[in-house]
Design a binder for this molecule. Sequence first.
Ligand SMILES: *Cc1c(COP(=O)(O)O)cnc(C)c1O
Length: 396
Amino acid sequence: MSMDFTDKGINTKVTHAGENPDTIHGSVGVPIYQTSTFKFQDADHGARLFGGEEKGYIYTRIGNPTTNTFEEAVALLEHGYGGIATASGMAAVASVYMTYLGNGIHMVGTDAVYGSSRMIIENDFSRFGVESTFVDTADLEKVRQAMQPNTKLLYIETPANPTIKLTDISACAEIAHSHGALLVVDNTFMSPILQNPLELGADVVLHSITKYINGHTDVVGGVIITKTAEEFDKIKSMVNGLGGIMDPHQSWLVLRGMRTLSLRVQRGEENARTLAAYLETHPKIEWVRYPGLASHPQHELATRQMKGFGSMISFEVKGGIANGKTVLNNLKIPQLAVSLGGYESLIQHPASMTHANIPEADRKAAGITDGLIRFAVGTEDVEDLQADLAQALALI
Ligand SMILES: *Cc1c(COP(=O)(O)O)cnc(C)c1O
């Protein structure tokens, strides 16, 4: 029997959560059950497993001990009923969409969500009769106005990417529920350490594990966590049917990465606070957006619904992207690459990179200006990062 860590602190949970399935050798590290299928003890045992009368493993697409350890651990961190690991963050998003959307069903989403989370709705699910309205969910009046009698899903991302605008999770839960819809939150940017949407009224939370949870820039993965058994069963059945599962080796890697999640998140946040404050006073910076700055328009909401401000900063250099490129091309420590949440600092230009597939008018309307630079702050020494920014900005 594994210990119950439900009432323990977040660092203890991150370190220990999830049952180690090795009952034979007592290995401390979780074994990789690299198998596609599992042997039944006899014919009746197989029938009982398939009939759901007995718990056990049948086939890795349906469940695997290594993957299950990771799923249990993440569900505990998010205060959920259960977790469902997927091959990528987008497999998690698409599986949730497939579970709840259909012909004549409407969803409301944050306008500045992860690019593909919006594009697959507008370009692909629309072909199957799914209707959608993407609005600035930081403005609750706009959310209320977008809800329709056939709205079944309110899908938000907070902080939004890359505008760092926040959405009030509790208020959105109320709006969704009063319309008979579910609230789904993409919690990738905060990780389960800094924000727990299920505690604030959300029904489903998902993560791109590729980012903070794995944290080592070497695996792509996703996870969905539900508040109730009912939603868990629906989504689990869809993931099983679609097949976008996480494989056992991938699960082992992300579990290994996750054991240091709270250390990495805390260090990244300390660095980001210092750098955001530094950039804000720099004469060559036009603006900085970081939830931990008093100048962030929703700083009060950040303090209320987040347990920390994260390590994502957006800023614009004076002179727009022409000067911004000088900074991007001359930084020595942050690497010019998309993605975030790894141990190392990464920097990129959303209008020409992550968000280039969004039509220009929609991009502008969502507040993604051509000069916006997105900085994913890593766990390096902050003095080195600051000195690096200083030398690159001095070249303008
Ligand atoms: C990266 C990301 C995704 C997509 O995840 P993948 O693992 O790349 O498929 C979804 N949402 C957010 C907020 C992300 O940053």
